[in-house]
Design a protein around this ligand. Structure first.
Ligand SMILES: C[S@@+](CC[C@H](N)C(=O)[O-])C[C@H]1O[C@@H](n2cnc3c(N)ncnc32)[C@H](O)[C@@H]1O
Length: 382
C-alpha cells in the first residue's frame, strides 16, 4: 500500500460536488464525482489527510482490486489468492462489510462469512494461526461491493468509525443533523469562514460546530482516531507530521459566529459541544427565540443556515405559523443576509413567504428534505 492508491469516498446524496471540490483542494488527483461517491487517486499521505481533513466524506475506502466473479466459489478463490499479510497480522482482527451483494448472490451475511473464511483460511495455512473477528474495533475492515452481474470491488476501509463521528458529541438534542450533512450544507451555501455566521435554531449545535471548525480551520478529525492507525504498515512519523501541520493551521474565527435556541437545554448541549471542539470562545450562544434575535453588532450581512423543526409536538403550537414568523423576521431584521433553511415540510416552507433563489434536494437521514436559499437585500422587503 504505498504510492498510488485508488480511493473511493462515499458521501450523502447531493453532496458529491462539494466533496469533489474538497478532494481537489486537498490535492487528490483524478477526482470524479459519482452517485453518492467520489473516486480519486492519491498517495499514503493523502489517504491519511483525507480521513483527517475531509468534511463531507462518510468514509475513505482504498480499492485493492476489482474483478468479476461468476459464482460464490470463484469469489472465495479470488479472495483466498489475495495476499492479506500487508494489511493484517496473523493474530490481528478483521470485519467484513458487504454492500449490494448483487442479485444472484445469496445474501450480505453469507458473502461476509465467505470473505472472512477465505482470509482466515489463508492465514491458517500460511502461519498456523488465524485472525479473529471483531465487529467493534477490527484491525482491518474490508469493504466488499458486488454490483450488477458479479462485479466485485474489494476495498479496505481506512476510516474505521464513519467520519461523521467527529468525536465532539456526547449528548444530542432532538433530531440532530448528521455532521457530514451539516458540513455539506455549509459547502453548498459557500461558507468558507470569512463572513458572519448565524444559526438561530441551533438545537445541539451541529451546524454551528461545523461552521466554527471551518472558520478556525480546524480539521474535523482532530478529536478521533482512524482505522489505518491499526494497520501493520501504519506510518507513525508521517501521521504525526500531518496532525501537527493541521494543528498549525488553526486560527481564530475572523468573523462572529452566533447561535441561539429557544430551549435552554439545547443551548447547554451546544455549549458543551463547542467546548470539546475547542471553539467555545469563538461562538456567541444565547437562549432566545428567533423573533428576539438580532444580527451580531457591527456586521452588515452574513450567512444564516438553519434547520427549523419540521413538525410541532402536540400542543406546542402551529408549525406553519412558525415558518411564517421566520419569514417575517428575516425580512424585518436580517437585511444583507443570505439565509438557508433545510426542511422536509414543504407546506410550512411555503409560509416563509420569500422568494427562494435556490432549492437543493437533500436527505436528512431517511427523510427527503429541501435546502432553500433566500436573499435579504438591504433596503428591500423581500
Ligand atoms: C430540528 S432542531 C435543530 C437541530 C440541529 N440542527 C442539530 O443538529 O441539533 C430545531 C430547533 O429549533 C428550536 N426552536 C423551535 N422554535 C424556535 C424559535 N421560535 N426560536 C428559536 N429556536 C426554536 C428547537 O428548540 C430545536 O432545538
Amino acid at each position: 500500500m504505498h504510492h498510488d492508491l485508488t480511493l473511493a469516498l462515499p458521501t450523502l446524496m447531493g453532496l458529491e460536488e462539494t466533496l469533489a471540490d474538497e478532494a481537489r483542494e486537498l490535492g487528490l488527483s483524478e477526482v470524479t464525482p459519482g452517485r453518492r461517491v467520489v473516486t480519486a487517486r492519491g498517495n499514503l499521505e493523502l489517504l491519511y489527510r483525507a480521513n483527517l481533513e475531509l468534511r463531507t466524506a462518510v468514509r475513505v475506502l482504498v480499492t485493492l482490486d476489482t474483478f468479476k466473479v461468476t459464482h460464490e466459489q470463484s469469489l472465495y478463490d479470488r479472495l483466498r489468492a489475495t495476499n492479506w499479510r500487508p494489511y493484517l497480522a496473523p493474530e490481528g482482527s478483521l470485519f467484513v462489510d458487504v454492500v449490494d451483494p448483487g442479485r444472484w448472490f445469496r445474501n450480505t451475511h453469507f458473502i461476509a462469512q465467505l470473505t472472512k473464511d477465505a482470509i482466515v483460511d489463508q492465514f491458517r495455512d500460511k502461519y498456523g494461526t488465524r485472525p479473529s473477528v471483531d465487529k467493534r474495533q477490527p484491525d482491518m475492515r474490508i469493504h466488499l461491493r458486488i454490483a450488477g452481474e458479479g462485479e466485485v470491488t474489494l476495498s479496505l476501509d481506512s476510516s474505521g468509525d464513519g467520519l461523521h463521528r467527529r468525536g465532539y458529541r456526547r449528548r444530542t438534542g432532538e433530531a440532530p443533523i448528521n455532521e457530514v450533512l451539516a458540513a455539506g450544507m455549509l459547502g453548498i451555501a459557500g461558507y468558507r469562514g470569512e463572513q458572519p455566521f448565524v444559526d438561530p435554531m441551533c438545537g445541539s449545535g451541529t451546524l454551528l460546530a461545523e461552521a466554527a471548525l471551518i472558520a478556525t480551520r480546524r480539521a474535523p478529525g482532530l478529536l478521533r482516531s482512524f482505522g489505518f492507525e491499526r494497520w501493520p504498515d501504519f506510518d507513525r512519523a508521517t501521521w504525526a507530521t500531518i496532525r501537527q501541520a493541521a494543528l498549525d493551521r488553526i486560527r481564530p474565527a475572523p468573523q462572529p459566529i452566533l447561535g441561539a435556541d429557544i430551549d435552554g437545554v439545547a443551548v447547554a448541549i451546544s455549549r458543551a459541544t463547542f467546548d470539546r471542539c475547542g471553539v467555545l470562545p469563538q461562538v456567541t450562544l444565547v437562549e432566545s427565540s428567533f423573533a428576539d434575535l438580532r444580527p451580531p453588532q457591527g456586521t452588515e450581512g452574513g450567512l444564516m443556515v438553519t434547520n427549523p423543526p419540521y413538525e410541532m409536538r402536540l400542543q406546542t403550537g402551529d408549525i406553519e405559523g412558525l415558518y411564517q414568523e421566520i419569514g417575517d423576521n428575516l425580512k424585518t431584521h436580517w437585511a444583507g443576509y443570505t439565509a438557508w433553511l433545510i426542511s422536509a415540510n414543504s407546506a410550512a416552507v411555503k409560509r416563509v413567504g420569500l422568494r427562494t433563489t435556490r432549492k437543493v434536494p437533500l436527505m436528512n437521514g431517511p427523510v427527503e428534505a429541501r435546502f432553500c436559499r433566500y436573499d435579504m437585500y438591504t433596503g428591500s422587503a423581500s
